[in-house]
Write a protein that binds this ligand. Structure first.
Ligand SMILES: Cc1cc2nc3c(=O)[nH]c(=O)nc-3n(C[C@H](O)[C@H](O)[C@H](O)COP(=O)(O)OP(=O)(O)OC[C@H]3O[C@@H](n4cnc5c(N)ncnc54)[C@H](O)[C@@H]3O)c2cc1C
Length: 154
């Protein structure tokens, strides 16, 4: 016979989060902080979403983000819980952040300074300056055709 266990009553509203990627987990933490009882549903066997790590044929595959580009967002979540990210995670600065290799043998290093990286990558326009790229990148959305023009030169 099934015996039912009753938990103490909990009047908090329930929030349901579908998916346990970074987005789902961050939403769950924030909702929990706001006083919701949060239930997270995940269709895979482990959490992580794009950051899922899986094993196949003796190898371990990192399915997505290999670096954290916005650590302050994680720090914020830890702080919401009264904790410090650095007590749980040892983040190390990578230089470069990553290297993209092209089939012509060339490569592009991303250092975290997009304007600097685009200028160093520029092959066709030696007069392209970091200031010009920065101005174009930070231009209002309606002026983004200037960014497209620069992309064409890189
Ligand atoms: C190759 C690669 C490299 C990346 N590198 C970086 C990086 O360096 N830095 C960075 O900040 N970001 C990086 N990203 C982006 C980052 O991984 C994603 O922005 C982030 O993981 C998205 O999180 P999410 O929760 O929105 O979605 P997802 O991670 O896609 O999570 C969605 C989850 O929902 C689950 N789900 C879907 N449907 C259902 C359902 N019906 N029921 C239950 N569960 C369901 C899925 O199984 C999955 O676990 C990279 C992404 C990729 C692919």
């Amino acid at each position: 016979m099934l015996k039912r266990t009753y938990l103490p009553s909990d009047d908090r509203p329930i929030a349901v989060v579908i998916g346990s990627g970074f987005g789902g987990l961050a939403a769950a933490i924030r909702l929990s902080h706001k006083g919701y009882r949060v239930k997270v549903f995940e269709k895979l066997d482990k959490p992580g979403g794009r950051a899922y790590v899986y094993q196949r044929d003796g190898y371990t595959f990192d399915a997505g983000p290999t670096i954290i580009t916005a650590p302050f967002l994680l720090e914020e979540l830890w702080e919401l819980c009264g904790e410090k990210l650095e007590n749980d995670v040892d983040l190390r600065l990578m230089d470069p952040f990553y290297r993209i290799r092209f089939d012509d043998g060339s490569h592009f290093d991303y250092t975290g300074d997009l304007a600097e990286d685009l200028v160093s990558r520029s092959k066709q326009n030696a007069s392209l300056t970091k200031t010009a790229v920065e101005e174009a990148v930070h231009a209002p959305l309606l002026e983004q055709n200037s960014v497209l023009a620069i992309e064409g030169e890189v």
